[in-house]
Design a protein around this ligand. Structure first.
Ligand SMILES: [Zn+2]
Length: 279
C-alpha cells in the first residue's frame, strides 16, 4: 500500500474511541494514512494488536507499560488532555510482567516495544517512584533487545536519566524513537547520536519551543505522530485528536524546514518504514 503519511504514535485503541474506533480506522486508511497503534498498559497493548490484525494493510502495534502506570494511582488532567475535549483519567497501577508482555512483543503485528520510559512531570516525585520507573524501563529495553524490535520511548522532564539508561542497557542496538519529543536541541543531539529517531506531535503547530530541533535535525530521522486522542494540532485544538490530523504536523515540519510537504511526507514515511521495519 502506498501511504501518504504514517502516524507513528496514536491511540485509537483507547477508550476515547470506544464508540467509533473502527470508523476512525476506516477514514484514516481511506485518507492514505497508516499508523502505529500504541498501548500504555497490558489491555490497551492487546487491543492495539487486535486493531492491527483487523486492518493489516496499514496498521501496526506497539506494546508496553507507560511510566505513569507503574507507581501509585495518580489523576492525570494535564492541559494537553483537557484541551483535547478528552476528560482526565486516573492511572491504573500495574506490575510489569515480562513474560506476558513478551507474548505480545513476539506477535507478528507488533513492530515496537513501548510506550515505555520516564515521566517526572506527572509522577516520579520521589526517588522510590523513580527507581521503579528505571526498573520497568530497563525491562522494556531488555525485551526489545530479546525480540529485536525498536523502542517507542515516552519521556517528560527526565532526558538526562533516560539517556543514561539507554546507554547502560545498550538500547542503541535496537533504536526506535523518542516520541512526543519535548527536549532542547542539545538533548535532541544526544539521542540522535545513539541512533534514535525523534517524532513530533501537534504541539509544534502551536508552541515555538521545538522549532530549532525540527529545523536542525537530519531529515532521515524525523517522524510525525498525533498521540491522538490528545494534543490536537491547529486548527483542531479543543477537539478529540485523530490520526488523519497528522497531515497538519507534516505541513508544519515542511514550513519550518522550508521544504515541500511532499518531501516531508516522503521522508517521514520512509523513516518510519525503515526504523520500524514496516511491511
Ligand atoms: Zn502516547
Amino acid at each position: 500500500m502506498d501511504l501518504k503519511l504514517i502516524d507513528i504514535h496514536t491511540h485509537v485503541n483507547f477508550n476515547a474511541f470506544r464508540d467509533d474506533g473502527d470508523e476512525v480506522m476506516r477514514r484514516t486508511l481511506a485518507g492514505g494514512v497508516g499508523m502505529i497503534l500504541v498501548g500504555s498498559q497490558y489491555d490497551t497493548s492487546a487491543r492495539a494488536i487486535e486493531y492491527a490484525e483487523r486492518y493489516p494493510e496499514a496498521a501496526w502495534a506497539a506494546i508496553g507499560l507507560h511510566p505513569i502506570h507503574v507507581g501509585g494511582e495518580i489523576h492525570v488532567d494535564a492541559e494537553e488532555i483537557s484541551t483535547s475535549g478528552v476528560p482526565g483519567f486516573s492511572s491504573r497501577p500495574e506490575e510489569f510482567d515480562y513474560k506476558k508482555y513478551k507474548t505480545l512483543a513476539m506477535h507478528p503485528k507488533t513492530v515496537a516495544i513501548g510506550e515505555c520510559g520516564l515521566d517526572y512531570f506527572r509522577s516520579g516525585g520521589t526517588q522510590v517512584e523513580r527507581e521503579k520507573q528505571f526498573e520497568v524501563l530497563r525491562g522494556h529495553i531488555k525485551l526489545a533487545r530479546e525480540v529485536q524490535k525498536p523502542l517507542i520511548i515516552h519521556c517528560r522532564n527526565a532526558y538526562d536519566d533516560l539517556h543514561k539508561i539507554l546507554i547502560e542497557e545498550h538500547a542503541g542496538e535496537v533504536g526506535g524513537t523518542i516520541h512526543f519529543f519535548a527536549g532542547t536541541w542539545s538533548d535532541a543531539q544526544k539521542f540522535l547520536d545513539l541512533g534514535f529517531g525523534l517524532s513530533f506531535t501537534g504541539v509544534i503547530t502551536f508552541a515555538r519551543d521545538y522549532d530549532e530541533t525540527v529545523k536542525n535535525m537530519p531529515l532521515d530521522r524525523i517522524m510525525v505522530e498525533t498521540d491522538a486522542p490528545y494534543v490536537a494540532p491547529v486548527p483542531y485544538r479543543g477537539r478529540r485528536n485523530e490520526p488523519l490530523y497528522v497531515e497538519e504536523i507534516a505541513k508544519k515540519v515542511a514550513e519550518l524546514r522550508g521544504i515541500s510537504f511532499d518531501e516531508v511526507a516522503k521522508a517521514t514515511v520512509s523513516n518510519a518504514s525503515r526504523i520500524f521495519h514496516l511491511k
